[in-house]
Design a protein around this ligand. Sequence first.
Ligand code: ADP
Ligand code: MG
Length: 504
Amino acid sequence: MLDLTYDAPAPKVIAGAQHDWELVIGLEVHAQVSTNAKLFSGASTKFGAEPNSNVAFVDAGMPGMLPVINEGCVALAVKTGLGLNAEINLRSAFDRKNYFYPDLPQGYQISQLYHPIVGEGKVLVELGDGTARTVRIERIHLEQDAGKSIHDMDPNMSFVDLNRTGVALMEIVSRPDIRGPEEAAAYVGKLRQILRYLGTCDGNMQNGNLRADVNVSICKPGAYEKYQETQDFSHLGTRCEIKNMNSMRFIQAAIEVEARRQIALVEDGKEVVQETRLYDPDKNETRSMRSKEEAHDYRYFPDPDLLPLEIEQAWVDDIAASLPELPDAKKARFIGDFGLSDYDASVLTADVENATYFEAVAEGRDGKLAANWVINELFGRLKKDGDKAITESPVSAAQLGGIITLIKSGDISGKIAKDLFEIIYTEGGDPAQIVEERGMKQVTDTGAIETAVDEVIAANPAQVEKAKQNPKLAGWFVGQVMKATGGKANPAAVNKLVAQKLGL
Ligand code: ADP
Ligand code: MG
């Protein structure tokens, strides 16, 4: 059996029966463009609408209907290209990719084969072990999505829902620069993160909003380096393409079983056949969908209904000027400005909404303390509360910031702050006001603390004797005083007074 462990990060080098093998992976990611209208019609893109309710005549392939390009989709594709450090092609063109399928009423998909809107770019991908590498983007093109065939509503009939027909997709094609399952998932994760920061794709993988075709091949150690030197694909093994993956976990699993299948084949003296395969998560195997011989001949040709798409550099510059701060930059800034650890900065920038929330809490306050509260208290509480998103948090950034201000000023202790947080989480309200009204202020008045210390000492003469022998027992007194004051005594003051009174 080949050494391919499932849960542990898969090794780049896989031990075969005869010798070692390496993985080579290239991804074609389909990202649905976040616009309200479709790529070539004004029909709505709303997810989950009544079947066939969002269909314009052009989407339904009615004779004589003409496509009209949606400028918003073009702008978001350009924005995506800029966010992925890619070249923007001021002139691109649309082609027809011809094939027959019931969910494709036009009989062709409008795509960009020869002149995509975005050229070469690159993405920095961080791995679990703290290392990072660059994955090159080959191109991004705009294309139409197809409709959906529904086979499970009736035993004898199939239905077609054209709501998705004509929705704009960006196909983001990587170079075969990905070297393992973990990297593939990290790459998709990073793309998703950047697209969500840009607001160009919702990245909802469950809804099929972001899905990937995963190309996998194996090669002997050293072959990939030769490919990189020469950019000659013949140094690489024959690839298989696993279609339509919409889960990070399945992407990793599919790459692993597919690699295992290819290694077994080659070591058995057989050849890998270039083909399209499907991953079956129930059986954890890939199955052939169609081989290269059966592959469609799409008879691509320039779409005569659409002029080449020409955009101006000034427009591209405007879009560039409107780009938000992206994850890598934001993370570096959080580390620099707020003194966060690499890990905390990663967690807080994973999603743009988390980052925005954190910044509002941290602004003008202790960044590390703010990070601690957001990551440990708030995220923990939201998770317990049915895995709520930060946008659904009952505690606003202003409220959490208020709690942190009260901790820093010494008004409340860390322990009381947790109680206060829970009160605000469940009941809402203004932190300072609640502290005032419910008498939660930390007692820093030494007179009051002194009285409490004296009382505890007077009530426990035996303990006092023991503590005099063993100063470590002073902690017990501190605990008793804290208890007596309802956790409100300033712990530092209590420590000091207990030591003093016990003569330690
Ligand atoms: P096609 O249009 O037939 O799908 P492309 O040249 O566009 O072919 O390549 C599709 C994807 O396959 C790209 O992401 C590319 O990086 C990847 N790819 C190409 N060759 C290999 C290989 N030998 N192993 C793994 N991936 C590959
Ligand atoms: Mg392809």
